[in-house]
Design a binder for this molecule. Structure first.
Ligand code: NAD
Ligand code: MG
Length: 401
């Protein structure tokens, strides 16, 4: 094995982004070597991935499953060291032999390991938008202090990054002659569903995204458009822009992945088939370009590209997110945590689809603004919001539609 290969830790290897990342890595065995893989519960898939990629470490955050994995791997004479604690996630994200970390754990659980990678000045490929939404200025300050390289995996942010001028410096949109950023979103599976039918939406219907195949939490976020709200917040921090600098446009075909509008009238966009291997390969190889296994965009097959304005009556979560970043402080972390609890309750059929927004709205209205000066304050805002959301769920006892 060559010393020069880029050593990669994939946090959340068994998820949709993790699997796509390993697909791209496997296409370039001369360039990349898997250093560590992590998973939460999916022992079977993590085992298969370890057998295939033979990482130095595998972390599964379930003690019993870690024991099982150790046995299986040793029976196959695989020397992967199996670990299971939260600290081990941080260790594999910040280990001195690691070059690049794919941050693809879903939700707030990804914050500490992702931040550890940033503080250890790794090249951090950020899929875990919730980490940045929660900790905004602290996260970006850590990027600046450590000199870490932060590259966006979210397809929209990756598209924006590709459409910005090469000399773009954070905070410089005006000086770069940029008018605004156009963040596109498909509108999810319920773009045209009559509002009176929202009460009977099932988790499987909400997870059946028309264009993207993703994990269940982000699929529900796409259906409520909370995902676009989280992405707006993510973009504000990542590109140092204000919410007013971002225009959200519905684009149901998911061919244009976002755009940058310049003062001279030019609009630069990035297009491609909706396949996450494109942004993953872009960020992995940046500034080079590598094969991602993605089918070429066939213009003859695209009958039309359409655009529309999102309506807050259909997508109340989007409005809650815009308001939360407008208020700032602890509000984005509160929004994110309440959303995680509400989406989980919806996926477990404890509340209906339309009640996701209600739970988040109640938590936000019960929360007073506070500054978040450090990570402790972020974690406190997260934990308070989770408790409140749980209380709201208990109080409304909206069991079953
Ligand atoms: P997923 O549910 O498919 O996978 C999540 C991964 O995180 C799994 O490997 C799981 O084992 C791990 N995980 C879950 N809970 C954990 C915990 N408590 N501790 C440690 N590990 C845990 O999710 P996904 O769709 O791959 O999304 C991952 C992240 O990427 C999310 O933040 C999502 O918003 C973002 N993202 C995903 C897509 C996509 O196409 N799937 C696109 C853009 C951004
Ligand atoms: Mg996205």
């Amino acid at each position: 094995m060559s010393e020069q290969k880029e050593q990669i830790t994939v946090l959340g290897a068994t998820g949709s982004i993790g699997v796509n990342t390993l697909d791209v890595i496997a296409r370039h065995p001369d360039k990349y070597q898997v250093f560590a893989l992590t998973a939460h519960r999916n022992l079977q898939l993590l085992k298969e991935q370890c057998l295939r990629f033979k990482p130095r470490f595998a972390v599964i955050t379930d003690q019993q499953k870690a024991e099982l994995l150790k046995e299986v791997l040793s029976s196959h004479k695989i020397e992967t060291q199996v670990l299971s604690s939260i600290e081990d996630l941080t260790m594999v994200a910040s280990h001195s032999d690691v070059d690049t970390v794919m941050a693809a754990i879903v939700g707030a659980a990804g914050l500490l390991p992702t931040l550890a990678a940033v503080k250890a000045s790794k090249k951090v490929l950020l899929a875990n938008k919730e980490a940045l939404v929660m900790s905004g200025s602290i996260f970006m300050q850590a990027v600046e202090d450590s000199g870490a390289t932060l590259l966006p995996i979210d397809s929209e942010h990756n598209a924006i990054f590709q459409s910005l001028p090469e000399h773009f410096v954070s905070g410089g949109i005006q000086s770069c002659g940029i008018e605004n950023i156009v963040l596109t979103g498909s509108g999810g599976p319920f773009l045209n569903k009559p509002l009176e039918e929202f009460a009977s939406i099932t988790p499987d219907e909400a997870c059946a995204h028309p264009n993207w195949d993703m994990g269940r939490k982000i699929s529900v976020d796409s259906a409520t458009m909370m995902n676009k709200g989280l992405e707006l917040i993510e973009a504000c921090w990542m590109f140092a822009v204000k919410p007013a600098d971002i225009e959200i446009v519905l684009h149901p075909q998911s061919i244009i992945h976002s755009m940058v509008r310049y003062k001279d009238g030019s609009v630069i966009s990035q297009m491609g088939n909706p396949d996450m291997r494109t942004p993953i390969a872009h960020a992995l190889a940046f500034p080079e370009r590598i094969d991602a296994g993605v089918a070429p965009l066939d213009f003859m097959q695209i009958s039309q590209l359409t655009f529309d304005k999102p309506c807050f009556e259909r997508y109340p979560c989007l409005k809650l997110a815009i308001d939360a970043i407008g208020e700032g402080g602890n509000m984005p972390a509160t929004l994110n945590a309440a959303n995680e609890i509400a989406v989980d309750a919806f996926l477990n059929e404890q509340i209906g689809f339309a009640q996701i927004a209600e739970v988040i709205q109640q938590v936000l209205s019960q929360t007073s603004y506070a500054e978040v000066a450090d990570l402790e304050a972020v974690l406190a805002a997260d934990s308070n919001a989770r408790q409140m959301a749980q209380q709201v769920l208990n109080d409304i006892k909206l069991y079953k539609r």
